[in-house]
Write a protein that binds this ligand. Sequence first.
Ligand code: HEM
Length: 250
Amino acid sequence: MNFFFAITFWFATAVITLGLGYKIRQYWRTKAPLRIPITPAPSTRFGVVLRMLREVVLFESLFKANKWIWILGWMFHFSLLLVMARHLRYFQEQPWVWVTLIQPFGKYAAYPMIIGLSGLLLRRFVVDRIRYISAPSDYLMLIMLITIGLSGLLMQLFFRIDIIEVQNYFVGLTGFRIESLPTSALLILHLLLVSLLMMIFPFSKLLHAPGIFFSPTLNQVDNARKQPKRSISLNQASPIGANDSKGNHG
Ligand code: HEM
């Protein structure tokens, strides 16, 4: 088991790191020749940064679109952030002070996380319009996250394990040493699903996390009228497949 999880987590870490690197590079290099910010849009770079911050921290457009999905989505994402911050202790021999300080609050984050995810899953079953456009992976992703949360919460509440041993094991893995892991069915389930999550992250819809920063409708400055030349030359890109004299795509 110790050896199995060591290989699995080293492999999963390589997949998520290289996969994310590859995808982000792909997004970075994709040209967005047309000015298509959703209006009203900021006309300065600073304004774009503020808009992006509101989007990432408050989920502003979702708030305007649908209050139910907003509250459920926001609950899930911000509890997840707290849970992840609390989990940092498993990877540090001497956890940072703030990681230690948030432990008592992070303890309760599992509840809003599971409630938010369950609401989002229920919506896929009961809202006809959403059920129609839901793919099996949409359900599976939510079920996987709920199972990770529930198995974690059960370990925290009823089936206690030696978390110092878990910490030693994962700190060991960061230094390519294999220590021993407590034997617990819930921990095995938790870790199997976490490693699966890491491996599918770069190739699934979960990629929206880094992807939002590359969304042209959100990250563009609304300056087409102030810089007509630039906007026109970019807007008159050659047809798809055509190359310029240097061989670059239009
Ligand atoms: C290698 C990565 C991970 C390890 C070693 C790990 C380990 C653990 C352990 C040992 C517990 C029980 C804590 C206790 O008894 O107090 C736990 C709880 C929990 N885990 Fe994980 N986990 C990992 C990743 C994740 C991920 C990626 C998620 C979410 C997607 C997650 C969600 C939770 C939740 C919600 C709880 C219950 C609340 C809490 O104690 O923080 N875990 N985890």
